[in-house]
Design a protein around this ligand. Structure first.
Ligand code: NAD
Length: 483
């Protein structure tokens, strides 16, 4: 059995923490043994990161960019190998992993590689005196990943952090430990100095070592809202910077003049991609009363054609849920939906997949609900479960769409230009789409409002979250005795 060690100082290190098994979610087969970081191992990662920071932060931004560019190119070269590993580790269809996960990570590295040499401060002329600002790195940043987009999350955190001259200690989710390790190997091959990107493995207890450590300047976590709150509270003891990319229960508003075909496409993409395990999914679909029958007819027709199967089969569109615990949670919500009186209009069943008897597969599921207080309407399920509600009035649907502690994303479908922008400006969400859904190129900032998060990933905005300003005042004339 292959073992996954830690990756510290550009070297693998057989950790001394507890060992755990890594499963293929599609088959239940144990594929690797992973070693968690013990507190002593974690201390080694800190010492290595300190040394790495001295070297990396002193390099010119162009040199840093060159290495990130190389890493991006290597990721693209290794796309097939890494995509297969990601699909095996996360249960997502290989057709998605081949076209999205690694490529999105590579795009992010490429974007920040180009941005690195452009980062600069400002100059302020103050009479004969002047001042300037320097944009400086924070130091050692901790990245903590979720299991749904493992390599993408690792890249979305590492790329802006490293571009700004920081170093990163990254902990992937314990359920998907494989590709962060591969990313570390890619960075080493690209010429990243020792200690600039270290990977520690483990569960929440290792995450807690990160949030508690006084030498860590910043924590960026992707995870559930509850976890984000714990991370923020723990980080407050040493007043670390935090970026929180958390969960959601996002709305899609489909008005009577929407292009119905496109609205159905958006609802499908925003609910069933990665078997519904996407933070920004538009799981509350509000459809105008006058088009609900046509919308549902098309929606069900297209959902029926989705192929559930072995994630390694290129035809498969709906893969395996991450594990049995998550499957029980998702099925629990489906049963609760039925009990609470929502109408199950499609799916709702576990599916047996030949050759994948040890995996947990759930049909794409559609509920119709007339009560926004239903738990399936209010709580994040993080599986292939969509709830459709109807509305008649713009103001009404806006207040219902905003009636949630989450604020990650939202979508609006209408051909009326003014309505589209008016609605978006009233939606309480960090990421809004007009006439599309879940498209996240690296150039644009991504992140949540309300309890869905703090800070932004991607775009120029992420630079603000991985750097700090130093202001320098320069006196060109004497101050003289002030008293
Ligand atoms: P999770 O919160 O259970 O775990 C996330 C990570 O945090 C894991 O690496 C875990 O080991 C670590 N962790 C758990 N407790 C910790 C603690 N007290 N201190 C430090 N680290 C701790 O989330 P998950 O189940 O891995 O992922 C699913 C969640 O992630 C969903 O809620 C989803 O919406 C969210 N998500 C958000 C985004 C986004 O960009 N906003 C993207 C993907 C997933």
């Amino acid at each position: 059995m292959q073992s996954i060690p830690l990756f510290i100082d550009n070297k693998t290190l057989l950790g001394s923490g507890k060992k755990f098994e890594n499963y293929n979610p599609a088959t239940g087969e144990v594929t690797h043994i992973v070693t968690s970081a013990s507190p002593e191992d974690f201390e080694k990662s800190i010492e290595s990161a300190k040394k790495g920071f001295k070297i990396w932060s002193a390099m010119s931004p162009t040199e840093r960019g060159r290495i990130l560019h190389k890493a991006s190119a290597l990721l693209r070269e290794k796309n097939d190998e890494l995509a297969n590993l990601e699909s095996q580790d996360s249960g997502k269809p290989i057709r998605e992993a081949l076209t999205v996960d690694v490529i999105s990570g590579a795009d992010c590295l490429e974007y920040y590689a180009g941005l690195a040499p452009t980062l600069h401060g400002e100059h302020f002329q103050l009479g004969s005196d002047f001042a300037y600002t320097k944009r400086e790195p924070l130091g050692i940043c901790a990245g903590i990943g979720a299991w749904n987009y493992p390599i993408q999350i690792a890249c979305w955190k590492a790329a802006p952090a490293l571009a700004c001259g920081n170093v990163m200690i990254f902990k992937p989710a314990e359920l998907t430990p494989l590709t962060a390790f591969k990313l570390a190997e890619v960075f080493r091959e690209a010429g990243l100095p020792d200690g600039v990107f270290n990977v520690v493995q483990g569960d929440a207890s290792v995450g807690q070592m990160m949030t508690a450590h006084p030498d860590i300047a910043k924590v960026s976590i992707t995870g559930e809202v509850g976890t984000g709150k714990k991370v923020m509270a723990a980080s407050a003891t040493t007043l670390k910077h935090v970026t929180l990319e958390l969960g959601g229960k996002s709305p899609i508003l489909i008005f009577e003049d929407a292009d119905l075909e496109e609205a159905v496409n958006g609802a499908l993409l925003g609910n069933f991609y990665t078997q519904g395990e996407i933070c920004s999914n538009g799981t509350r679909v509000f459809v105008h009363e006058s088009i609900k029958e046509k919308f549902l007819e098309k929606l069900i027709q297209q959902t029926k054609s989705l192929k559930i199967g072995n994630p390694s089969n290129p035809e498969t569109q709906i893969g395996a849920l991450i594990n049995e615990t998550h499957f029980i949670k998702v099925m629990g919500y489906i049963n609760l939906g039925k009990e609470q009186g929502a109408e199950l209009i499609y799916g709702g069943n576990q599916i047996q997949v030949a050759g994948c008897e040890g995996g947990f597969f759930v049909e794409p599921t559609i509920f119709r609900s007339s009560d926004d207080q239903d738990k399936i309407v209010k709580e994040e399920i993080f599986g292939p479960v969509m709830t459709v509600m109807t509305f008649t009035d713009e103001e009404e649907v806006l207040s219902r769409a905003n009636d949630t502690p989450f604020g990650l994303a939202a979508g609006v479908y209408t051909k009326d230009l003014r309505r589209a922008h008016r609605v978006v400006s009233n939606l309480q969400a960090g990421m809004c789409w007009i006439n599309t859904y879940n498209i996240n190129p690296v150039e644009i900032p991504f992140g949540g409002n309300k309890q869905s998060g703090i800070g932004r990933e991607n775009g120029l905005a992420a630079i603000e979250h991985y750097s700090q300003l130093k202001t320098v005042y320069v006196a060109m004339k004497d101050l003289g005795n002030p008293f």
